[in-house]
Design a protein around this ligand. Structure first.
Ligand code: ADP
Length: 572
């Protein structure tokens, strides 16, 4: 017994392969003769090309596909007839034969093909061509989608970087859109911004419209039309197949000829900033990834708009604050100037009053004294006491006017600051004063340091302090005064300072009066027991202010006082 395989196994195998190629192969198989007349047309080609084998076989390629580019196709097949094996890829040619696309959602209208075309030989004789046709539409579509995703990602990071930096995100929109519309196939866009009244949105940037359309789109109420609706609800609005819609709010979009529309509100938290909308005139809808992409762009834009708004507000507030501070500074300067002027006027007034008053007061005192001395005996006891009172009052007034004059001298004295030897001044004062010059009344302790001061004013200050130290002592106590100089650490502005202490063993000053005594006419002692005008320490305060020094007192009632004056040291 023999089987078919036994008889001619090779012929059987070839027949099986051919059968498989004809009926089941997942590629197109096309065989032509040397005249490019089709000799074989497999089942795959029948299905995908929509042409039966019976219709194709016996006719040339160009008869079957009259729409192909004859020159190009002929060239490819002629090279095969010359013995060349070729691969015609979809990337270069798209398709060899115009078959319908196998991926409906893609933008390809035709099937994308890779074709392998080779010469067909029988017993070493060239008899025609053999072509294997592969459908690569799905692969190309996936590649396209991936590339588009990549481009969108690149665009987003580019846009984010720009939006984070820009001062004018509204201005940047135009540039964004020119790159963006390629990535979403939207031919037009609109950017509305909310008006200050919060009721309307106004067109801020737009592209892809005629001037007349733009005029129509200029302003919308919130809630009006599709853009207004997105603004009202703060929700993105996706509107496919606009032309088929019966929604009244889509009327405007319909009239504009739009076929698909997407509007994204620009919101930050609860606050509506505006709307960003995209329209398609050619396609009926936006793909989900396009919508998602546009929504990300809208979010970025919202953040950038919010940032620039805040920055603007901040800048404005800073400017206002600066203007206010400048205004304040001007006012303070004006007031200081007018205060300085009135102070000057007052000081010169005090001076002339004190100066002009002294002569008549002196006359008064002089005549009272002469009256008592020359005619004392003729006067009754009462009259003498009256004249006595007149004389005492006149002397008091004389002292007052003298001290006032000294006070105004301190204000008007020309300031000359130089290194001054404190102990030298005190020694001079001591020699000129009968009490201070007494043994042990004034002692100097420690080191002597020169200070930066006006010699005239410092002398005046020390004189007043020493006079007080001698004066404000209980009647049963011998005055004891210690003069000490202390070096004090400075700071960056004044490297070193010297404090002059004048310490006495007098009646002291209660803590609540220690500041007060430096005011003019302020006296805190018993006026019957201690004579004075209340001007001495005011002169000290004024002089110290003028010399740029500081002053103060530490004291305990009944135990004595320690007055101090502080100056810059001349030794640093
Ligand atoms: P006057 O000596 O003319 O009274 P001052 O202005 O020199 O005026 O002093 C103001 C007041 O400060 C004095 O009346 C006195 O009450 C108080 N005072 C000043 N120096 C001393 C001192 N060394 N001890 C106690 N009290 C003093």
């Amino acid at each position: 017994m023999t089987t078919a395989m036994d008889i001619n196994p090779e012929a059987e195998l070839n027949a099986a392969i051919l059968g498989w190629l004809q009926e089941l192969a997942p590629q197109g198989l096309l065989i032509t003769d040397q005249e490019l007349r089709i000799r074989s047309w497999n089942h795959w080609l029948e299905i995908h090309g929509g042409i039966k084998a019976g219709e194709a076989i016996g006719r040339t390629i160009f008869e079957v596909f009259p729409e192909v580019d004859v020159a190009r196709t002929e060239n490819i097949f002629k090279r095969a007839l010359k013995g060349e094996v070729q691969v015609v890829s979809s990337a270069l040619h798209g398709c060899l034969f115009p078959f319908p696309s196998t991926v409906r959602e893609s933008h390809f209208e035709r099937m994308q093909q890779t074709a392998r075309i080779a010469p067909l030989k029988a017993q070493d004789e060239l008899v025609g061509t053999i072509t294997i046709l592969e459908d690569v539409t799905q692969r190309d579509w996936q590649t396209f989608l991936m590339r588009q995703q990549q481009e969108r990602d690149q665009f987003l990071s580019w846009a984010l970087a720009r939006l984070l930096k820009t001062e004018e995100p509204e201005g940047l929109l135009r540039e964004l859109f020119s790159r963006l519309h390629r990535l979403v196939n939207a031919e037009a866009y609109l950017n509305y911004m909310v008006e200050p009244d919060g009721k309307n949105v106004r067109l801020h940037a737009a592209e892809g419209w005629t001037p007349e359309q733009e005029r129509m789109l200029l302003e919308l109420e919130i809630g009006e039309a599709l853009c207004g609706l997105a603004a009202e609800t703060h929700q993105p609005l996706i509107f496919p197949r606009v032309q088929e819609s019966h929604e009244p709010r889509a009327e405007g979009a319909k009239r504009l000829g739009l076929r698909a529309y997407v509007a994204h509100p620009l919101v930050l938290g609860e606050q509506l900033l505006g709307v960003l909308a995209f329209g398609k005139f050619r396609q009926e809808n936006f793909a989900p990834e396009e919508v998602e992409f546009l929504s990300t762009v809208a979010q970025y834009l919202s953040i950038a708009l919010d940032r620039t708004r805040r920055e603007k507000a901040l800048r404005q507030a800073q400017n206002e604050l600066r203007a206010h501070a400048e205004q304040l500074e001007r006012e303070v300067a004006e007031r200081t100037e007018s205060l300085r002027e009135s102070l000057k006027e007052m000081e010169s007034f005090t001076y002339s009053v004190a100066h002009d008053l002294r002569a008549p007061i002196r006359f008064l005192a002089g005549y009272a004294r002469a009256l008592l001395e020359d005619h004392g005996e003729e006067l009754s006891a009462q009259a003498s006491s009256y004249v006595n009172n007149i004389q005492r009052s006149a002397e008091k007034m004389d002292a007052l006017t003298r001290d006032l004059l000294r006070y105004s001298h301190v204000s008007q004295e020309k300031l000359r600051l130089l290194a001054v030897n404190v102990v030298e001044i005190v020694t001079e004062l001591m020699h000129g004063d009968p009490i201070l010059s007494q043994d042990k009344v004034l002692v100097f302790e420690g080191e002597n340091f020169p200070v930066i001061a006006s010699p005239v004013l410092l002398r005046q200050c020390l004189q007043n302090l020493l006079e007080n130290a001698v004066k404000f002592v209980p009647p049963d106590r011998e005055p004891r005064i210690v003069l000490r100089l202390e070096r004090r650490p400075g700071d960056i502005l004044s490297p070193g300072r010297v404090r002059i202490w004048v310490e006495d063993n007098g009646i002291g000053i209660a803590p609540e009066f220690q500041q007060k005594v430096f005011g003019i006419f302020e006296r805190v002692c018993d006026p019957h027991e201690y004579q004075g005008t209340g001007i001495g320490l005011a002169i000290v305060a004024k002089a110290m202010q003028r010399m740029g020094g500081s002053y103060g007192v530490e004291s305990e009632p009944g135990k004595g006082s320690r007055f101090w004056l502080e100056f810059e040291s001349s030794e640093f």
